[in-house]
Design a protein around this ligand. Structure first.
Ligand code: SF4
Length: 350
């Protein structure tokens, strides 16, 4: 794994993005921002799942103003997602947004961008230049690859911000196509010092979107690129947060909640491993401490993996061996597999 790219950190409310800060997990609400109570409720749910930054859509002035009240009901820093109308960015700043996301594809006129930048600078609020392959500015050269067009769009906007002595910048270059996204981030990572927000846009439903995101985000993170991530899914945003942590955990970049090791099951299994692992996974969702739990279907690899976990069970015919911290704890009857395993997990995490 490559060492992490060094970036200039920015502060979004209480959260640092970039530098040596942990890679930040973010998501976006799917409520109507003007529906303040629903938005607060969803943000609190996201926080419970470990979300660290939240973005809200700002389609009109009412949504921008709603940020003020929403902020009173939550503790996560809030980023206002602005398109088309630069005045909404100003209203969101007035309402107390901790960060802005601007799309150079639909707010590109320098005079309008300058007004936003001056207002953000006065308040010390960072701006994400969020380029999206589906809404590139008309000024980019269509003869270039999409990756290069995204990079050029970002560089142009960055230059404008820097000309105003503004460096509280974060950049994203998102496409649905995974190789395009990876190419674009590799290119820009060498050209700018700013933190990168990475993700695959419009990745789809959890079934496919988590895989696309894991491949794209995972490849970049492995290459040392990325300071904050969002998994974009057509689903409740808590799925985005859960998937984001699974990606970070897979690369040993963050510890968050349990890790479940379970064998795929096969003809040697002497118990319904799938059913048992699913039941364990469901129960583990309620635990937020890091713990490695193993559910293994037989004695071939079972004892090895179960011993390697904090708590594990190697199942055999009607009986299984429960392991804790590498040591055999006791033999358990099949009817007690789930309860015995979870009792040990709960003891270790409570
Ligand atoms: S641990 Fe046993 S049951 Fe599970 S996949 Fe391996 S051989 Fe099959």
């Amino acid at each position: 794994m490559n060492p992490r790219r060094i970036s200039k950190p920015v502060q979004i409310g209480k959260v640092t993005v970039g530098g040596n800060a942990p890679i930040v997990v973010q998501s976006m609400t799917k409520t109507d921002t003007r529906d303040i109570m629903s938005t607060i409720h969803q943000i609190k749910q996201l926080e419970d799942y470990g979300c660290e930054l939240v973005r809200v859509a700002v389609p009109d002035a009412e949504a921008a103003q709603a940020i003020q009240t929403i902020k009173r009901g939550i503790s996560l820093p809030i980023i206002a997602d602005i398109h088309f109308d630069y005045r909404l960015a100003l209203s969101a700043l007035d309402a107390g947004a901790d960060g802005l996301r601007l799309n150079p594809g639909n707010i590109s006129e320098p005079e309008k961008v300058k007004v936003i930048v001056r207002a953000a600078k006065e308040r010390g609020i960072p701006i994400r230049i969020g380029v999206n392959a589906g809404s590139l500015p008309k000024t980019v050269n269509p003869a270039l690859s999409i990756a290069r067009q995204m990079v050029d769009a970002a560089l142009k906007q960055i230059k404008l911000l820097e000309s105003l002595d503004f460096e509280l910048i974060k950049v994203s270059l998102k496409a649905f196509d995974v190789p395009t996204t990876i190419e674009a981030y590799h290119d820009i990572a060498q050209r700018i010092p700013y933190p990168l927000h990475i993700g695959i846009t419009e990745a789809g439903t959890p079934r496919t979107g988590i895989i696309r995101s894991a491949v794209g985000i995972g490849t970049l993170l492995y290459d040392g690129i990325g300071d904050t991530i969002r998994v974009s899914l057509t689903s409740h945003p808590r799925e985005e947060v859960t998937a984001a942590y699974e990606i970070l955990k897979s690369l040993n970049l963050r510890q968050h909640g349990p890790i479940l090791v379970s064998c795929p099951s096969c003809g040697r299994a002497e118990v319904d491993v799938i059913k048992l692992a699913e039941a364990v996974e469901e129960r583990l969702l309620k635990i937020d401490k890091p713990i490695k739990v193993a559910v293994m279907g037989c004695v071939v690899n079972g004892p090895g993996e179960a011993r390697d976990a904090d708590v594990g069970i190697a199942c055999g015919r009607s009986r299984g061996i429960l392991f804790k911290k590498g040591k055999k704890l006791r033999v358990v009857e099949e009817k007690d597999f789930l309860s015995a395993l979870m009792r040990e997990v709960e003891t270790m995490t409570s």
